[in-house]
Write a protein that binds this ligand. Structure first.
Ligand code: CO
Length: 279
């Protein structure tokens, strides 16, 4: 078991330290089971440390509130944690890329750290894909998670979200790292580049006959259900089928894979470790 703060400071530090897990959120019933898996692993790694949740999406929070399910924004959660007397918080970004939502967390952290009678220190854990090392770890992990025996005409296609933020370029970087390992793995984004229209010519060139579609998102939520696997003609599954590609879908978010969860948890470990530098 990892030593949390090391040595004698352990017990006194745990009491004023907490973890805040910040996810985009989902309105799809059951999809949040993935969040529970992430939380239970965090509990295991940091026994005795309080763990809180925040959803970054206002739209998701409002939809859930209409069903009587109340979730805090990161700002609200940090405010409540300050009121509860926590003075050090490891804020872990459960996002995929450091896009707009993650940059909001950066600004939230900067604004709320060190307020009078507030939280002295807030550290921010990186999202899933930030560094070259993350891209290498993630591509290797997913290669272990997709079916191993694939024919030359069988492709694996990931549908990411995409972002207006320059971090959208990480999808192209991820594609590069997949291609080092496997030429028939493709990465696209539903609201960014590369899009399905960029992948299609490659599928044709490589004479792809079969494809497995997977969400490159934390949970298999709304986009996975509709834009990836939906029955309407514009969904990725329908477009590929119409091209004569036999298409299967996997309704499993990235957070459902243990070897992928470990990347986020290592980022959380770094965020927790960086809290101890402050006195
Ligand atoms: Co969207």
């Amino acid at each position: 078991m990892t030593d949390f703060f090391g040595g004698a400071a352990l017990n006194s530090s745990i009491k004023d330290t907490a973890i805040l897990l910040a996810a985009f959120g989902t309105t799809v019933p059951g999809a949040d089971g993935v969040y529970a898996q992430i939380e239970s692993r965090a509990r295991c790694l940091f026994p005795g440390v309080d763990i809180f949740w925040a959803y970054t999406s206002k739209v998701v929070r409002e939809k859930l509130a209409a069903q009587g399910l109340v979730f805090n924004s990161p700002v609200q959660a940090l405010g409540l944690m300050a009121e509860s007397g926590f003075s050090r918080v490891a804020l872990q970004s459960l996002l995929i890329i450091p896009g707009l939502e993650h940059h909001d967390l950066i600004r939230t952290r900067a604004a709320l750290e060190g307020l009078p009678k507030g939280i002295q220190r807030i550290s921010l854990g990186a999202p899933l894909l930030s560094t070259t090392r993350d891209l290498q770890r993630f591509t290797q992990a997913m290669l272990e998670n997709v079916p191993p025996k694939r024919e030359p005409g069988e492709a694996v296609i990931f549908m990411g979200h995409g972002s207006l933020h320059p971090a959208n370029a990480l999808y192209a970087a991820l594609q590069y790292h997949f291609w080092i390992l496997d030429q028939n793995i493709y990465v696209g984004a539903v609201e960014g580049t590369p899009g399905l229209e960029d992948i299609i010519p490659l599928l044709q060139k490589n004479r792809i006959r079969k494809a497995l579609l997977l969400p490159l998102m934390v949970v298999a939520g709304d986009h996975a259900l509709k834009d990836m696997a939906g029955r309407q003609t514009e969904s990725w599954a329908s477009v590929l089928q119409a091209m004569g590609i036999e298409t299967k879908v996997t309704m499993k978010g990235l957070g459902a894979y243990e070897n992928v969860r470990e990347i986020w948890l290592d980022h959380l470990r770094d965020a927790v470790a960086s809290l101890k530098d402050v006195h």
